[in-house]
Design a protein around this ligand. Structure first.
Ligand SMILES: [Zn+2]
Ligand SMILES: [Zn+2]
Ligand SMILES: [Zn+2]
Length: 216
């Protein structure tokens, strides 16, 4: 029997030999998540069918082979884009999930604003989509993407420097630089400036409080 067991249980992994939570049951045994991910990264010409695919299964002599040649029924292929590999444990790959969330870059026309298209392309090409997904899931990230898309935030270093959440703005700045929208910056200078932002705001807040107290 092969397939996926959603209920977590510990078994000896057939690949690494460790006693861990099993992610899947393949013909050669239970497999832990780390070994499943490693197997999905192990891409090459399958000795059984000759196709270039992740070699996640094992033939009877232990040779790495593709899913079908090894008799694995569970699929690791995205239903939307056809990608098969590490980033598609479920039925939709991380690249497609992230692309959906990039609709925040939409300027209202159904497409990313022209000046933000390099950013959209860069994000879609992210080689570690898990890092991108974590960032996209942070509260406030959608607003940070939507603001330049709708013209509420200028695509400039000065505008980002005054953004209330300087940590998120710093990551956005890195993305805009990496995608070629903004010129490369001296990070030592900008991180020093960014680290001063909360203190500046606190000081401004205090002076407003004092002014308000004085006025009253
Ligand atoms: Zn393992
Ligand atoms: Zn094969
Ligand atoms: Zn996909």
């Amino acid at each position: 029997m092969t397939g996926y067991k959603p209920r977590p249980y510990k078994r000896t992994c057939c690949r690494c030999g460790n006693f861990r939570f099993a992610t899947a049951l393949f013909p050669d045994g239970h497999i832990c998540q780390a070994c499943l991910r490693a197997a999905l990264r192990d891409r090459g010409a399958c000795p059984g069918c000759g196709r270039d695919r992740p070699l996640i299964g094992r033939l009877s002599d232990g040779t790495a082979a593709c899913r079908e040649c090894a008799g694995i029924t569970r699929e690791f292929t995205c239903q939307h884009c056809g990608y098969e590999g590490e980033w598609c444990i479920a039925r939709i790959c991380l690249f497609c999930r992230n692309t959906r969330k990039l609709d925040a870059l939409d300027d209202g026309s159904g497409c990313p604003a022209v000046e933000l298209k390099p950013l959209a392309d860069y994000l879609r090409a992210e080689t570690n989509p898990m890092r991108l997904e974590e960032w996209l899931n942070l509260p406030g990230t959608r607003a940070l993407l939507a603001d330049p898309a709708t013209g509420r935030l200028d695509l400039s270093l000065d505008a980002l420097a005054s953004f209330p959440d300087w940590q998120r703005a710093a990551y956005m700045r890195d993305l805009l630089v990496a995608s070629g929208i903004l010129p490369a910056v001296d990070k030592r200078l900008t991180s020093f400036e960014s680290s001063r932002q909360p203190r500046r705001r606190r000081r401004r807040g205090c002076s407003r409080t004092r002014a308000a107290a004085g006025a009253g």
